[in-house]
Design a protein around this ligand. Structure first.
Ligand code: HEM
Length: 405
């Protein structure tokens, strides 16, 4: 039997997923040099599988749009060591449509899309302002220094998801405590398992309550649609939490750090607040917090930009490398809020493109200006080199951001 192309080349090159950044806002140098060598590189996965790492913008975009590449969980391989690796190799639980293909994916995504309406996002805007205001009041009251991650970046998206789902006020502290365990990098696998079980019971109670007493929120809307079982509804709620919390929180934390470290950009935004939309898009592109993935597996042999990807091969798409590809973006290494970064892939592309992207945008558009307005003298409370980063994580960001004002 002849070796498949990735097997042969992986043995020659033995590329593993690159980490190790030269500075907090730059991609790993190895990732950049791999893209310079070619858009698609053979890669060895920690479980011994051989597959591909895709770093060129056009190749990443075309694979994300191609139904011959699957998102089914049981077909995927994870390119970095992961404690729950074995548990991943089975079909996704009902409702976890991020790891499904059509028609299953469509069955869930359709009613969800109908709930993420412009009207609901508009309704959430004043609540996002109130939530942000409350967090800023709490920071001001406690006085400097404060950890911006703990006091601002983490609670805002968590409370916004409570609003979206319709979690009652009385349950929000518990919701936030459990979310914090889930996102704490030091949490043990046992604690994480117990917290996931706790969420399952929490959502079961919440769905029962919404059935009895519906309101104008996403869960009530889905229940009214009548298309999903209680188990599916609970898992959808959990998926929204997992997909929407850590991502937005890291954008708020890392985005603030980036603006503080680029005072010319912050000054430009302060001088012209209408630049906020550009700022959000440029931060999304420049920081590309999804460090690892999205992941796919080829369902059949596919040729992409001169590489033959064989049926079954795992594929890791580097959004970060794609978003810094000079073949697509003029001067991609610079953070420039005056230069709109249309076409970045930070929210993915194709069927699975982020369902919550408008919500994430509203959160950032609201929270960044309110933070810098409230604390005009906001600055780091430690030297920049001492800000602890989330290095080997699938979502990149700051672990803590000590600030003064
Ligand atoms: C800055 C913040 C965010 C980033 C960078 C982000 C990024 C992404 C990316 C890259 C994907 C595609 C995954 C794939 O192709 O396999 C995705 C999917 C998804 N995101 Fe987001 N996301 C963010 C915020 C949110 C929020 C706030 C929510 C909801 C509250 C959300 C819910 C989802 C869901 C449900 C999916 C799965 C969509 C599908 O499979 O059809 N995300 N996100």
């Amino acid at each position: 039997m002849t070796q498949s192309q990735p097997e042969a080349q992986a043995h020659q090159e033995a590329v593993t997923f690159p980490f190790g950044r030269p500075s907090p806002f730059e991609p790993p140098e190895r990732l950049t040099s791999l893209r310079e060598e070619g858009p698609i590189t053979p890669m060895v996965y920690p479980d011994g599988a051989t597959g591909w790492l895709v770093t060129g913008y056009s190749a990443v975009r075309s694979i994300l749009a191609d139904p011959r590449f699957s998102s089914r969980r049981e077909l995927l391989h994870i390119p970095v060591p992961f404690p729950l690796m074995q548990e991943m190799r089975r079909p996704a639980d009902p409702g976890m449509f991020i790891r499904m293909d059509p028609p299953d994916h469509t069955r869930y995504r359709k009613p969800l899309t109908a709930q993420f309406t412009v009207r609901r996002m508009k309704q959430l805007e004043p609540r996002i302002r109130e939530i942000t205001e409350e967090r800023l009041d709490a920071m001001e009251k406690a006085g400097p220094p404060q950890d911006l991650v703990k006091e601002f970046a983490l609670p805002i998206p968590s409370l916004v998801i409570c609003e979206l789902l319709g979690v009652p006020y009385a349950d929000r502290d518990e919701f936030q405590r459990s979310t914090a365990v889930l996102l704490n990098l030091e949490s043990s696998v046992e604690d994480i398992r117990a917290t996931i079980a706790g969420f399952s019971a929490f959502f079961a109670r919440l769905i029962e309550a919404k059935r009895a007493d519906p309101a104008d929120d996403l869960l009530s809307g889905l229940i009214e649609g009548g298309e999903l079982t209680d188990e599916e509804l609970g898992n959808v709620g959990f998926l929204l939490l997992v997909a929407g919390h850590e991502t937005t929180a890291n954008m708020l934390g890392l985005g603030t750090f980036a603006l503080l470290q680029h005072p010319d950009q912050l000054a430009a935004l302060r001088a012209d607040p209408s630049l906020i939309d550009n700022t959000v898009e440029e931060l999304l592109r420049h920081l590309t917090i999804i460090h690892v993935g999205p992941l796919r597996a080829a369902l059949e042999d596919v040729e992409v930009e001169g590489r033959l990807i064989k049926a079954g091969d795992p594929v890791t798409l580097s959004l970060m490398a794609a978003n810094r590809d000079p073949a697509r973006f003029a001067d991609p290494e610079h953070l420039d809020i005056t230069n709109p970064a249309a076409g970045h892939l930070t929210f993915g592309h194709g069927l699975h493109q982020c369902l919550g992207q408008q919500l994430a945008r509203v959160e950032m558009r609201t929270a960044f200006p309110m933070l810098f307005d409230r604390f005009p003298g906001l600055r780091l409370a430690v030297p920049a080199e001492e800000v602890p980063m989330r290095e080997k994580m699938s979502i990149y960001g700051v672990r803590e951001l000590p600030v003064r004002w």
